[in-house]
Write a new protein. Structure first.
Length: 145
């Protein structure tokens, strides 16, 4: 662990720590969320991990896996699905200029697709034994007639 030497670094370090602790211990999430047995903080935490992997580490595969886990935990994450999808799609297309880049685009998109399908399969495998099970789960998630 590095030592903090200057006062400005020390004050920023402490402010960051205080902000993190305040966000993690926010009573609204703890009391309201858990009091109503919603547990939204789990899916939001998985979404934050996905965002961390996309922005800080630039590991799109891990970001995709964490986002799919968040989406499977709570369908509320559908609100974040379109921006997340289009951001990853944009990252796939960002450097396509010639045919060799087109092959690279297909490779990157295929990696993301495999991560999505593989994670969905791993989560749903214990629950699904027939197509009727899939339809029943989807009907309970989205009760539209």
């Amino acid at each position: 662990m590095e030592r903090v030497t200057s006062k400005s670094e020390l004050s920023v370090f402490k402010r960051t720590d205080v902000s993190t602790v305040i966000c993690l211990l926010y009573p609204g999430i703890i009391l309201i969320d858990h009091g109503h047995f919603q547990y939204n903080c789990v899916s939001l935490g998985l979404f934050l991990w996905a965002t961390f992997f996309i922005v800080a580490i630039e590991n799109d595969i891990m970001a995709t896996i964490f986002f799919v886990l968040a989406l499977n935990y709570k369908q509320m994450e559908l609100y974040h699905a379109l921006p997340f999808f289009f951001y990853l799609l944009r990252k796939c297309f960002i450097t396509v200029t010639n045919e060799s880049s087109m092959a690279h685009l297909i490779y990157r998109f295929t990696k993301l697709a495999i991560a999505v399908i593989g994670t969905f399969s791993a989560v749903w495998y214990p629950l699904v034994h027939s197509w009727d099970d899939v339809l029943q789960i989807l009907h309970r998630l989205f009760p539209i007639k």
